[in-house]
Structures are given as structure tokens and as C-alpha cells.
Design a protein around this ligand. Structure first.
Ligand SMILES: O=C1C[C@@](O)(C(=O)O)C[C@@H](O)[C@@H]1O
Length: 262
């Protein structure tokens, strides 16, 4: 078959190579305590379909206690046996549970990077060029890969806006470019996949794009066609609307992968 997307440069994170083909599956913690996060890490380690675990720090009771978060991160990492740990503080404006001011947000990430338990971090591009450049440089010094992200939980921005944001992320040193939007119509969903494919042709970096909610769920399985290389699934509770159960998600990804290869 004709190649259905432009090649990406493979990205190695922990024991995972993020590359063209079947998208890698990420699962997220949703709980406010250590037990839930450790249980998910254990489950993820035993589930071959799961390749990355996201620690959603913003959901923890003790999110701003650097020592406790670092301890939990280390413990999760031991459980994960080489599967990469993604560290994310999702702010309220972008669908998360915490609203630190920018200075605190930056300081927390700096301290987490110093503590050295993450393989991958998610940084919201809204904090601006100066802070992004500083955190990206620091992460890379620590050999931590960076997702620059943008979320719109209300709507789907116009195509030019989405492309501008993804291009900005690429220009500011992101290792993975990410956008999550809320579709209101089927056309919004197809605009998200269209933007993904356009960005795939402009950049060789891994993409992580999705339209959220039930309407957007199709975008969580269609990455191989349009050029998105990672996708979020659930082992239990969802961390965002529209996420599919890991087993079902993997079955669809595998089926589409086989169809694509034949
Ligand atoms: O930002 C994202 C994407 C997400 O919101 C989703 O829609 O799958 C889930 C979040 O946990 C993650 O940090």
C-alpha cells in the first residue's frame, strides 16, 4: 500500500519507541492519593497494551508537596518496569484540577525535574515562550522528553489557529506536539484530523491530537491514518471525556493497523 503519512523521526522514551504505525497507548491516574496511582502503575505494568502512564499531579491531594510527589513518582517508576512515566500538572483552564500562578507552576516543574523521576513531562504552552524555553532546556538537560500541549474544553479552534499552535510547539523545542479540543459538530472532528495530517506533513515530530467527548472518540483510534502517534485510553476511570477502554482501544488500533499494512 501507499504510505498513508509522512515519516516521523522515532523518539525513544524509556523502553518505548514512539514512531509511525500503530499509536502508543497512555493511561492516566485519576485519583487523589498514592494508592490509586500505584495500583494503576502495577496494572499498567501487567497490561502489554499500555505503553505509558501519566501521573496527573493536579488531581493529588498533595500536588504541591514536592517531596511526596517525588516519592510517589519514584515508587510508580519502580512498578512500571521501564514503561515511561509522564508527569502532568493540568491547570483548571485546560481541564485540570489546580490553578497555580505561573511562577508556582514553573517552580513545581523545576523541582520535579531536579528530583528526576519522570521520563516525559507535559507543559502547557500557554505559560509563554520564556517559561517554555526555560523548562524545555532544563528537561533536556535531565534527558526528559517534553510534550507541549494546548487544550480547549469548550470548542474547536479554527484550523489556522490549531496549526499555529502546533507549529509554535515545534519551534519551541517540543519532542511531542499535542492538542486536545472539544468538537460540537462532525465537521469539528474532521477539522481536527485534517489539521493533524497537515501538521504531519510539516513536521517530523510525534503528534498527540484528539477531539474529546463521544463525538470525538473516533479520533482516539484514527491516529495511524492521520498522523497522531499516541492516544489516551482507560484502565477503569477516564481522565477526560471520550476515552476508550484500553482493551477495546487496542483491538481497534490493531485492526486498523493490519488493514493499513495490507
Ligand atoms: O491532556 C490530556 C489529554 C486528555 O485530556 C484526553 O482527552 O485524553 C487526558 C488527560 O489526562 C491528558 O493530560
Amino acid at each position: 500500500a501507499e504510505p498513508s503519512s509522512s515519516p516521523i523521526r522515532p523518539l525513544q522514551v524509556g523502553n518505548l519507541t514512539i514512531q509511525q504505525g500503530k499509536p502508543a497507548i497512555i493511561v492516566s491516574t485519576t485519583g487523589n492519593d498514592e494508592e490509586g496511582a500505584l495500583k494503576l502503575a502495577r496494572q499498567a505494568a501487567q497490561t502489554p497494551q499500555v505503553q505509558v502512564v501519566e501521573l496527573r499531579v493536579d488531581k493529588l491531594d498533595f500536588a504541591t508537596r514536592v517531596d511526596k510527589v517525588a516519592q510517589l513518582g519514584q515508587a510508580m517508576r519502580r512498578e512500571l518496569k521501564g514503561k515511561p512515566l509522564l508527569l502532568t500538572l493540568r491547570t483548571k483552564g485546560e481541564g485540570g484540577s489546580l490553578s497555580p500562578d505561573d511562577a508556582s507552576y514553573i517552580a513545581l516543574y523545576q523541582q520535579w525535574l531536579e528530583a528526576g523521576f519522570a521520563d516525559l513531562i507535559d507543559i502547557e504552552m500557554r505559560i509563554g515562550a520564556q517559561a517554555v524555553d526555560q523548562l524545555v532546556a532544563q528537561a533536556h538537560q535531565h534527558h526528559v522528553a517534553v510534550i507541549l500541549s494546548y487544550h480547549d474544553f469548550q470548542a474547536t479552534p479554527d484550523n489556522a489557529d490549531m496549526l499555529r499552535r502546533l507549529s509554535w510547539q515545534a519551534a519551541h523545542g517540543a519532542d511531542i506536539l499535542k492538542i486536545a479540543v472539544m468538537p460540537k459538530t462532525p465537521q469539528d472532528v474532521s477539522r481536527l484530523t485534517d489539521v493533524t495530517w497537515q501538521m504531519r506533513q510539516r513536521s517530523d515530530k510525534p503528534l498527540l491530537t484528539m477531539a474529546m467527548g463521544g463525538l470525538g472518540a473516533v479520533t482516539r483510534v484514527s491516529g495511524e491514518v492521520f498522523g497522531s502517534n499516541l492516544t489516551f485510553g482507560t484502565l477503569g476511570e477516564a481522565s477526560a471525556p471520550g476515552q476508550l477502554d484500553v482493551q477495546a482501544l487496542d483491538q481497534v488500533l490493531t485492526t486498523l493497523h493490519k488493514a493499513n499494512a495490507s
